[in-house]
Ligand binder design. Structure first.
Ligand SMILES: Nc1nc2c(ncn2[C@@H]2O[C@H](COP(=O)(O)OP(=O)(O)OP(=O)(O)O)[C@@H](O)[C@H]2O)c(=O)[nH]1
Ligand SMILES: [Mg+2]
Length: 400
């Protein structure tokens, strides 16, 4: 029978966790891993489980304890940082090490302080066996929970913060609805195709602290990860001091905002919007300028207005085409040999999406609901022209 061996590395960052880390390493090695080895909970693979502690050179001797444990358990490793560099930085170092030195197929993000029950690990491994790429523990779905006795402010921060984070990161798209706990700390990610495709340069992190969680969440989902949430019964920290800082909430929300703002899709859409807005200016101003140039006392005004608008509209179409090609879709820039046919298609589609379809709809709306031209124009521009253009540009004109 073909053997199916998979390596999972549990990355545990620590700062002053001397009261927890020894117990955690013992518990994982003596209770959790043997349970996984016996293929409980429907597991089928031979899981090689490893622990990697990334210690921020803790003054309380956390590192010493891990070193002692690594003598006892050959699957337990210590990576010591020179200083406390932030949670995100610690995970970046840990992921790199797990991939290069420990042959990881999967990497876990896991807390030393027993807030993430080790009992959750088997169900996460099972999901990975089922083909998921990214499995996260959620406090918000059925079976998940927040610890008891949390003070009101912290509860409020988690609830409101979680919702706002979700909104900023994903609204109105699919993951706004299906990611219920965007700031959860417990995760496992597939290395092949995901972790091994990421840059672990710290400078690209919007936050080296807790905020890295939301940045990586968006990035991993953007990479097309098949993701699933499993219930997380979040506990109060077992012993030791909380490293939760008063600026953590702000820092997370800022990371959400930056992650979304610099998201390639959003950047593209913003540029598309700016180019379109500029096209609108070219159209209106252009018509005025042409009129001033060509008007004479003998002019037929209706003919003149129509012609000036047509010329200005064409100018706007040309401007839209040029700027979208050079800027919005710079990564999908059209090959010079195809420029003419693409431009003609663009022209035709602009007439259809910008004039024919909206004008027809405006006419229909008027006959149905009476004369409300301005309202119908707004509906037509935002409800039809913009989405249709976005679709045509992405799927036809600048299709990769
Ligand atoms: N290596 C490293 N570990 C860190 C750093 N900051 C926090 N940690 C550890 O990472 C774990 C998660 O940190 P946080 O979730 O930010 O804070 P926490 O202390 O668990 O907060 P509570 O949930 O209130 O207990 C903790 O167990 C810390 O020991 C850091 O800068 N470097
Ligand atoms: Mg904690």
């Amino acid at each position: 029978m073909k053997q199916n061996t998979q390596t999972a590395v549990i990355v545990i960052p620590t700062y002053n966790e001397a009261g927890n880390i020894g117990k955690m390493i013992d518990y994982l090695n003596e209770t959790t891993f043997p349970y996984i080895e016996k293929k409980n909970e429907g597991l089928t693979a031979d899981w090689v489980m490893k622990i990697l502690v990334v210690d921020a050179n803790s003054p309380d001797g956390t590192g010493k304890i891990v070193q002692e444990k690594s003598k006892k358990y050959s699957n337990t490793y210590l990576l010591t940082e020179t200083t406390k560099d932030g949670l995100g930085a610690a995970y970046f170092k840990g992921f790199k090490y797990a991939m290069k030195e420990l042959a990881a197929d999967f990497v876990f993000e896991f807390d030393a302080d027993f807030q993430h029950p080790p009992e959750t690990l088997p169900s996460m491994l099972k999901a990975m066996e089922d083909g998921y790429d990214y499995v996260i523990g959620s406090r918000k779905i059925k079976g998940g929970e927040e610890p008891e006795g949390r003070d009101f402010m912290r509860m409020l921060m988690t609830e409101a913060g979680g919702f706002v984070a979700r909104f900023i990161l994903f609204f109105p798209f699919k993951h706004f609805w299906d990611v219920t706990d965007p700031t959860t700390g417990l995760k496992v990610t597939r290395v092949k195709g995901f972790i091994d495709q990421m840059s672990f340069d710290f400078d690209r992190l919007y936050s080296r602290k807790f905020g890295y969680k939301v940045q990586l969440l968006l990035e991993t989902l953007n990479m097309g990860a098949k993701f699933k949430e499993v219930p997380l019964k979040f506990k109060n920290r077992s012993v030791g001091e909380s490293k939760f800082e008063s600026d953590t909430t702000t820092e997370i929300l800022l990371s959400c905002f930056k992650s979304r703002w610099f998201d390639p899709f959003i950047q593209k859409f913003l540029k598309f919007g700016i180019v379109g807005g500029f096209g609108f200016v070219v159209n209106t101003l252009g018509a005025k300028i042409f009129k001033n140039i060509f008007i004479t006392p003998e002019s037929n005004l209706s003919l003149l207005n129509g012609l000036c608008n047509a010329a200005a509209a064409e100018l706007a179409i040309i401007s839209n085409f040029i700027w979208n090609n050079l800027w919005t879709f710079s990564k999908e820039k059209i090959d010079p040999s195809k420029l003419l046919p693409k431009f003609l298609t663009f022209n035709l589609s602009s007439v259809i999406t910008g004039i024919i379809i909206p004008s027809t709809v405006i006419a229909i709306l008027t006959s149905l609901f009476g004369d409300q031209l301005f309202l119908y124009q707004i509906i037509a521009i935002f409800g039809l022209t913009i989405p249709l253009n976005w679709f045509v540009y992405n799927k036809i004109i600048w299709k990769k």
